[in-house]
Design a protein around this ligand. Structure first.
Ligand SMILES: [Zn+2]
Ligand SMILES: [Zn+2]
Length: 126
């Protein structure tokens, strides 16, 4: 009985840890001013948008909390095209850099995969 309890505790620790690392990292970040732009017909929930925003602006691809269903059946992704605009990266116009991504986000556990589609400099900031 004690052994089962121990395994259960370890499982809890594993599921709690990534969120802590993620939260700590988010507060430290602020290199450029980055806007994340979602499509007008975006089907993502506000919570999913926040997760995507974090992933894209941090330029990191961390795996989120694993859902037991995802471990067994694999992730259940929904895909959307999301753009980021990194402001004032160029000293002269066009100053801002727009990057389009294809974002896959799991509807169960919010695991996020991003694929870069295109990069362009746009006229945005003066
Ligand atoms: Zn998943
Ligand atoms: Zn700009």
């Amino acid at each position: 009985m004690k052994k089962v309890f121990c395994v259960f505790f370890v499982l809890i620790m594993i599921s709690v840890l990534p969120t802590h690392v993620f939260a700590a990292h988010a507060t430290e970040f602020e290199p450029y001013h980055i806007s994340v732009v979602f499509g007008e017909n975006s089907l993502l929930t506000n919570q999913q948008k926040q997760i995507v925003e974090h992933r894209l602006s941090e330029k990191e691809n961390k795996t989120g909390d694993r859902n037991i269903l995802c471990t067994i059946f694999g992730h259940n992704y929904t895909s959307e095209i999301v753009s980021t605009i990194t402001h004032k990266v160029n000293p002269q116009a066009p100053r801002c850099k727009k990057i389009r991504y294809l974002v896959d986000i799991c509807t169960r556990c919010s695991d996020t995969q991003t694929e870069l589609l295109s990069t362009a400099y746009i006229i945005c900031c003066e």
